[in-house]
Each structure stands twice: as structure tokens, then as C-alpha cells.
Design a protein. Sequence first.
Length: 428
Amino acid sequence: MAAIVLIGAQWGDEGKGKATDLLGEKLQWVVRYQGGNNAGHTVVLPNGETFALHLIPSGILTPGVNNVIGNGVVVDPGVLLTELSGLEDRDVDTTGLMISADAHLLMPYHVAIDKVTERFLGNKKIGTTGRGIGPCYQDKIARVGVRAADVLDEKIFAQKVEAALELKNQILVKIYNRRALEPAQVVDEVLTQAEGFKHRIANTQLLLNEALERGETVLLEGSQGTLLDVDHGTYPYVTSSNPTAGGAAVGSGIGPNKITTVLGILKAYTTRVGSGPFPTELFDEWGEYLAKTGGEVGVTTGRARRCGWFDAVIARYATRINGITDYFLTKLDVLSSLDRVPICVAYEVDGERVDEMPMTQTGFHHAKPVYEYMPGWWEDISQCKTFDDLPKTAQDYVLRLEELSGAHISCIGVGPGRDQTIVRRAII
Ligand code: GDP
Ligand code: IMO
Ligand code: MG
């Protein structure tokens, strides 16, 4: 019996898709437990074929794995169908995909409200992906959401949508000066879409617990990252769910005592998309170097990712908040050809050195990085297979990150491909 949680340890895009794919063959189940199609997870198969997953777990690309969209996910029906048909067009077997009956459906009005709210906020905007994620979770918490199981009873579904739209239309028309959405049209559209996924709706909480009882291995694939968590992230510049380890139990319906491993995914430097504080952000040629060498463009929105050096304060925080037992360090190859590699080991806040995340967001806004420098390496490391294959200075960089982060770095990515991974300690 083993449930493994896989979590982004920074601001997302750490390489969760690649890590899920690497573990794929040893898994029976992969579960998304929060977020929605704000995520963009890249998997590069051994034959070089590249896939970008948004709503569907990355385990879909490993034959024989059961994939679950858990109760904690918000599901845009149109996106789900498009993603499914995109995979099927490329001969991916999607029959094993299930959707929790309790997952909330992301409706057209959520997308509309996300977009107008961001426009309204102007330069104070969150920089969301515009996919309706925040408004859908708002409805869930306000107890006016629509869940996957609701499409199984058309009358109940129509009642819920009509009730929700009464208020949404007031907001759209009276506050934002937009056009009202026609309830009958929304009901019709989503019920038509539901014909394409109704058969996948299941009691996934029960199925997962039964699988764990049978001794099967379940990977809980987080989206976004620790610093985007609505409780533990850089609030309000966060997403509206809990990517952190605690969210995995809630969003999948398994007990926390079933989780045996918490795998943090950590980029060898830092990136962020959207607004919000980012102490090690670079605005010089090094920022451009990381963006270009690392190909740092958003998988979902195509936005340029902000880039900066590795931040050990954040990593330490992620280790603690999630109870991380192992790290998968990705993109070490991107740092080849630097004379020296800076690591942010602490912050200076209002003239004082601070070794841990400041208690307040104001403190974090004012945090200036305190750097230490490690000697760099110039060799191409993309074909290295073992830790000993790495240049000594690259090994030292990894060991220093491990020491500062407070958890064992068990896997190291040296390229986007599945094989471009050094395994120091097997996760499963
Ligand atoms: P996710 O959202 O955490 O799954 O990450 P994304 O897919 O948004 O972004 C990670 C990017 O880095 C993708 O383009 C991956 O193919 C790529 N990637 C992952 N691991 C490595 C690595 O070790 N080296 C390099 N060069 N690229 C990697
Ligand atoms: P993966 O799973 C990086 C960011 C957005 C924005 C904030 C809120 O690929 O790592 P939202 O649309 O969720 O309300 O936007 O969160 N964001 C991500 N950044 N990777 C992601 O997903 C993200 N999902 C959301 O850019 O700053
Ligand atoms: Mg991503």
C-alpha cells in the first residue's frame, strides 16, 4: 500500500509532468487532486514525442495506468473533451480515465468572470491563466457550485445552473457591464458535452481506497506549486486551491496515513508566471540566459516565465510545509556554462538577515536575496547517467542544494527526456 504525493516546490512548472512519466511504469494509478486546466504538464516520451497535459493526469501516457481526475479538481467540460480527443488522435488509450462524481464543473460563467475581474484589477491583477479557476473554487466554497454527478440528473443540473446564473448575470451586467449568459443555452451546451464524459464519472474515492487496500501504488500528481498554494503561498498572488501535500488527501479522498512518500519537484533555478513577489528574479542578461536556455515559456498561456536564481529559503519552506521526503531536481543541464552559480541562502529584510520565510507578505515583498556562489561547470551534462558522471562542481552544487533544502535529492534531471534522469535513490 503506497500513495506518493508529487508536488511543485516553487511557483509551478518545475517538471511535474516529466517526474510523473518517469515513475509511470511502477504505478497503477495517477490522480490529479487540485487545480484544473490552469496546469500545463509536459511529457517527452522516449521516442521524442511531446505531450502537454492540462486537465488529464500525466499517467495517461503510460499504458495500463488508471487515471483519475479527483474530487479536488475543477473540470472544464469543453477542455476535457478537446484534451481527450487530442490524445485519442495521437493513439493514446484514454479508456482508463475516470472523473470523481464530486469534482466541480467549471462553467462558461467562471471563465467570463475570471477575465473581467482581472481586467477590473488593472495593475493589481493576479495574472491568472484566465481559465476560470478562481471563480469556480469560489462557487465551491460558497456552496453554489455544480458537480460532475449533477449532469447525471438533467433536472437538478438545470436548476443549479439557473440558480447560479441569477447572481452571476447580475455581476456580469451590473458590475462589469457585460452581456448576460442565457441559462438555457449554458445548460444545453454543458449537457451536450456531458454525453462525451458521463460514462467516466465514478466513485473514485472508493476505487482509490480499494486499490490501496490491494497494495497498489497511487501517485497523487499535484499541479501548480507550494508558493502558489492559497494558504501557504504568496497570497494573494496564488491559485485558488491547495497544491501542498495536505491538499492531496482532501482532493483525492484518501487518508493522510496512506501517504508514504512526498516527492518535491524542484527546478535548479526559479521561475514564476503571473504577478507577485519573487526575490531572486533577474532583470539582466542572466535572466534572459535562463529563459532562453531553459525554454521558459508557459505551456498553458504561452506567457514568458520570469526567471531567477535558486532560492533555498523557499525550498526549505516547501520541505517543511509539505513534509517532503525526496526531491527531484530538474533542469540542472540549463546551468551548464556559468563561471559561478549563485544560490540565495537567506534574505535581507529591512536591513536584517532572515533565514526563513518572513511571517508577513509585506516582509516577503521587501526580501532581498543574500547570495553565496558555487563554482560552475562548462561540460554538457545532458547525457550523464549517474551522479559520478557529473562534473565535480555540478555534484557540489547539487549537494549544497540538498543541504540547504533539508531533503534528499533522489533524482536529477539533465534534459527533458525520460532517460535524461540520474536516479540516486529510487522513489518506488
Ligand atoms: P510542470 O508544469 O511542472 O509539469 O512543468 P512544465 O511542463 O510546465 O515545464 C517544465 C519544462 O521543462 C518542460 O518543457 C519539460 O519538458 C522541461 N524539463 C523537465 N525536466 C527537465 C530537465 O531536467 N532538463 C531540461 N532541459 N528540461 C526539462
Ligand atoms: P503547472 O501545474 C505556473 C499561476 C498563474 C497566476 C496564478 C493564479 O503547470 O505548474 P489561476 O489561473 O490558477 O487562478 O492563476 O497561478 N499558475 C501557474 N503558474 N504553473 C502552473 O501550473 C500554474 N497554474 C496557475 O500564472 O500567477
Ligand atoms: Mg506547467
